[in-house]
Design a protein around this ligand. Structure first.
Ligand SMILES: Nc1ncnc2c1ncn2[C@@H]1O[C@H](COP(=O)(O)OP(=O)(O)OP(=O)(O)O)[C@@H](O)[C@H]1O
Ligand SMILES: [Mg+2]
Length: 232
């Protein structure tokens, strides 16, 4: 799905978080959103997902102003598995809450795709490592066959080796399933590895954009400082 955002503005209590955002999310590409903590990255993707309304501007989905959000899935910033539900029930959550019981085969197949052993089908989240929880959250996001997946810091809290594994996995599943991906990350290495295009948000606007493979060649001073971790 192609998503075009034009002059998007969004405020909370008279404070504009998104001041003027224009960007395009290209069909079947991996788009990366970068920016300092608190700059509005999560708000931006939740607005695109239609979890928030906005104050002005346009979001156009495949040339239309409306979209069925069944096309979308989100891996939330803090994973958010339900502690009281088994892994299988978490993955099949939409069917589970609607009392549809017939999800075993689909869950097994997804668990296999994300590298989870079938022995954890009936386990609870507290029995899993951080990396396994991320895999389960990814399986849940894939359960409804989304056209677009939003990934809000999918590797937060993982060590570099497990972050690499999760990045590889994400890249594999979105390529294989031809899913349009929109990811937020703080990690430049992940962005270069998993992204096609990037947008760097600062002070409510798109301060820099380009192809992820050229991130380290940016001429934008603010983005350069962000990359090197310096203050500006
Ligand atoms: N539901 C809300 N009500 C009021 N203010 C909100 C709400 N959600 C977010 N904000 C504000 O919007 C701003 C941007 O928040 P957001 O969560 O998008 O930041 P972020 O860029 O994702 O940061 P981080 O990298 O730390 O996750 C913050 O100042 C936050 O307090
Ligand atoms: Mg966030």
């Amino acid at each position: 799905m192609n998503i075009e955002i034009k002059n998007l503005k969004k405020k909370f209590n008279d404070h504009y978080v998104l001041k003027d955002i224009s960007l395009t999310i290209e069909n079947n590409k991996s788009t990366i959103i970068l920016g300092q903590s608190g700059c509005g990255k999560s708000v931006l993707i939740k607005t695109i997902y239609q979890l928030f309304n906005f104050d002005s501007g346009e979001i156009i989905y495949n040339k239309k102003p409306n979209v069925n959000i069944d096309n979308f899935s989100m891996l939330f910033q803090y994973g958010a598995l339900f502690d009281s539900l088994k892994i299988s029930e978490n993955i099949a959550f939409t069917d589970f809450i609607n009392n549809k019981k017939n999800f075993r085969k689909r869950v097994m197949s997804l668990m296999n795709d994300v590298g989870l052993d079938k022995s954890i089908f009936n386990r609870y989240p507290s029995e899993l490592s951080g990396g396994m929880k991320k895999r389960a959250a990814l399986a849940r996001a894939l359960y409804k066959n989304p056209k677009v997946i939003f990934l809000d810091e999918p590797t937060t809290g993982l060590d570099p080796i497990n972050s690499d594994k999760i990045n590889d996995l994400i890249l594999k599943v979105i390529t294989k399933r031809k899913i349009t991906a929109v990811s937020i990350t703080h990690d430049i290495k992940s962005a270069i590895k998993t992204g096609d295009n990037y947008f760097f948000i600062d002070d409510g606007i798109v301060e820099d954009k380009g192809e992820c493979r050229n991130i380290l060649k940016t001429k934008n001073k603010k983005f350069k400082s962000f990359i090197t971790g310096a203050r500006y």
